[in-house]
Ligand binder design. Sequence first.
Ligand code: 3HC
Length: 286
Amino acid sequence: MDNLNIKKVGVVGCGLMGSGIAEVVAAAGYDVVVLEADSELLDKGNKLIDGSLAMSVRRGKMTEADITASKGRIKYTLNMADFRDCDLVIEAVTENMELKKKIFNELDQACKDGAILATNTSCLSIIDIASVTGRMDRVLGLHFFNPVPAMKLLEIVRTIATGEATLETAKAFGQSIGKTVVIAPDIPGFIVNRLLMPFFLEAIRLVESGQASKEDIDRAVMLGLNHPMGPLKLADFVGLDTACFISEAMYKEMSDTRFAPPVLLKKMVAARRYGRKTKRGFYDYG
Ligand code: 3HC
C-alpha cells in the first residue's frame, strides 16, 4: 500500500457494488468499515463478500490466509459514527439523488474534516451530490465496474469543485487497489456510460425492430469486436432496471433522443425482467 494519506475506508451500502468495493479495498490492505441501513442488509452484504472471497480461492487468486486477513480488516456497522476516523468514504447505495444527498449531508457531519467523500454513482451529477456538503473540494466520483474484483478500470470523476489534492489522493488510492484510473468529467454517463448507453440502446432498438436476433447481435459483437459479452447479454448482466434508469437520467439531463429508453426496455422493466438478478431478461437464467 503506497498511498500514505488513506488508511481507513468507509463503504456505504453493501449490495453488488458496495460489497465488491469493500472486498477489493480490504484485499489491498486497507481497514474497511461497511455501513448498511439494517441488520438484514448488513448480513446479506457480509455473505456477498465472504462468498466472493471464497470464489477467489477457488479461482486460485487468493490463499486461505489472504482471505482470513481480508475478513479481519472489514468491520460491519449500522452506525455512521463508526466512520469518524475514515480517511475516505465511498457511497454505493441505489441511484436516487435524494437518498444520496441525504447520505452525503450526514457523512459531512460524521466524518473528520480532511476525509474525502466519494460516490459510485453511474450517472447522477456529482456536483449536485457534493453541493449538500461543506467540503465540495473533497468530493468526487469513484465509479467502479461490475464485477468489481475482475474489472481493471476505475473512473475518477472530477467535478468543477474537486480540489487538486483530492484528485491526486484518489489516483494514488485507485492504483493502490490494483485499478487503472482514468479521469472523467462530471457529465452524464462520465466516459464509459456515455459510450455504453447508446450501444445498449441501439442493440435493443435493433431487437425491437425485428431486423436482427438478440443471439446474432451478441455473437456479432463478441466475434466481430472481441468483446467478452454482447450488448444484450451485458445489459442483462448490468440489470435492465439499472440500464433503463441510467438511460432515463441521461436523456433527462441532455434532452438527446439517442439516450431515450426504447419502449421494449421500459416494458421489460415493468415486467420485472431485469436480467440475471430476476433470472429473466433478454435471456433466461432459470
Ligand atoms: N469476481 C472476481 N473475479 C472474477 C469474477 C468475479 N465475480 N468473475 C470473473 N472473474 C475473473 C476471473 O477470475 C478471470 O480472471 P483471469 O482471467 O485473471 O483468470 C476472468 O475474470 C475471467 O473469468 P471467467 O473465465 O471465469 O469468466 P468469463 O470469461 O465468463 O468472464 C466476466 C466473466 C469477467 C464477467 C466477463 O464476461 C466480462 O468481462 N464481461 C463484461 C463485464 C463488463 O463489461 N462489466 C462492466 C459493466 S458496465 C458497469 O459496471 C458500469 C455501470 O455503471 C453500468
